[in-house]
Design a protein around this ligand. Sequence first.
Ligand code: GDP
Length: 534
Amino acid sequence: MSETASNRPDLPAEIARRRTFAIISHPDAGKTTLTEKFLLYGGAIQMAGQVRAKGEARRTRSDFMQMEKDRGISVSASAMSFDFNTFRFNLVDTPGHSDFSEDTYRTLTAVDAAVMVIDGAKGVESQTQKLFEVCRLRDLPILTFCNKMDRESRDTFEIIDEIQEMLAIDVTPASWPIGVGRDFIGCYDMLNDRLELMDRADRNKVAESIAIDGLDDPKLAEHVPENLIEKLREDLEMARELLPALNPQSVLEGHMTPIWFGSAINSFGVKELMDGIGSYGPEPQPQSAEPRQISPEETKVSGFVFKVQANMDPKHRDRVAFVRMASGHFKRGMKLTHVRTKKPMAVSNPVLFLAADRELAEEAWAGDIIGIPNHGQLRIGDTLTEGEAIRVTGIPSFAPELLQNCRAGDPMKAKHLEKALMQFAEEGAAKVFKPTLGSGFIVGVVGQLQFEVLGSRIELEYGLPVRFEQSQFTSARWVHGPQDAVDAFAAANKQHIAEDNDGDTVYLTRLQWDIDRVERDYPDVTLSATKEMM
Ligand code: GDP
């Protein structure tokens, strides 16, 4: 194997072997199939097909609701841990639907790298591009898998050019496909001078691997049909001349992405990609925090909540907070400090997500994802430490793009509704605003589908039918500034003011003009479309 890019040789071995990443892709590119093969090679499942139910469930709303009912499946798939060679992989699932971009964004704060899956026939699609831009905000290293090479796909140079052009990132081929569509026989492994040949007969079988001594090795002709060999030689020469060579440091900095070609459904190219994640993907990275950054090798344990999932078991109102460990070596039963409330918290039944199963986590290292069942104390953005008052930063909340009034079908149940809404707000599923004047709640989401999901969940989990109605407001902005300036502003604009679920002041309006006016008339307050979760 080629050299491994490590910036921090001093990391404890258990931390250094961890790779925590997410897969980003456009729907249908093959994320679910690839995940399945990862788990298969990781020994976490016996047969491909077990993750499928979830992937298919994303397709329609009714199936989505079914998935919501069947919380067990979707939750255990939120984070999956498995071993591969000497590595421990933690794969964090990104929500598939484009409506849930905020959730996706926060998920990406919990990983150190992303695998970008593209369809060889379609190239870079809209959702891939959006997710890529989010990764770029954090300079996340990206490894690329070009899938479905067993089908008619675009010319290899063209695909690489498109990624370079559309995403403004250097692309270096880690492998090179031989033949197209039905003639596709496998890849030339450019990093190890090997031929990797596909076994079409058995989809769960690891492909055959043949070591080659450069392009003039006569072994090449034994395995590659005559009609493909000349093109392969030409392509590879041109690729080596025109495309940048792999620079591990540049990959770690997010400026270069290595690309592997394969066919997830035929298990082809997957193992090479996994080797690549091990070799070129980063170890657990330092975490930005206030008042100081957290390094993974610190002996004291710390972690932060990037996702909360409620009502995993409808009979109990408990939730699971997904915590990304930022430093140290956590052991079950440890007492950690919940920094926001300064309260101690005994973490006695943390959960580790091993593919289809949940398991009690006896220990966890920096880089791991554990689930902590709780009764609502843990919120997105919260930090847990061994006592130090340190707060992980960079987990934002975005202003919702759609607002609606929410009312209980039965007016006597308004208090129940408040409880339900607050809980979903804490889960990050919606923003809930309580206007200063009048009664009722205004609920804000990013995509229309979320209203429907929310309505169904409130009914399902709380037995409370609700109505969503058009709101007079279309935009929400958080009001920042010195407290007296914020108070004076709020007093003078009561009909526009609400509190969010954390008690922060929000300005509601339907006109951009209003926002501009406030910025002009109240120089001491700023209206912001984002807020740091804390
Ligand atoms: P997701 O939406 O990104 O999770 O995509 P899926 O993994 O569900 O795949 C979408 C469709 O493409 C499914 O019908 C898969 O069987 C198919 N598919 C996935 N990988 C491959 C592949 O390598 N080759 C071919 N021909 N089809 C594939």
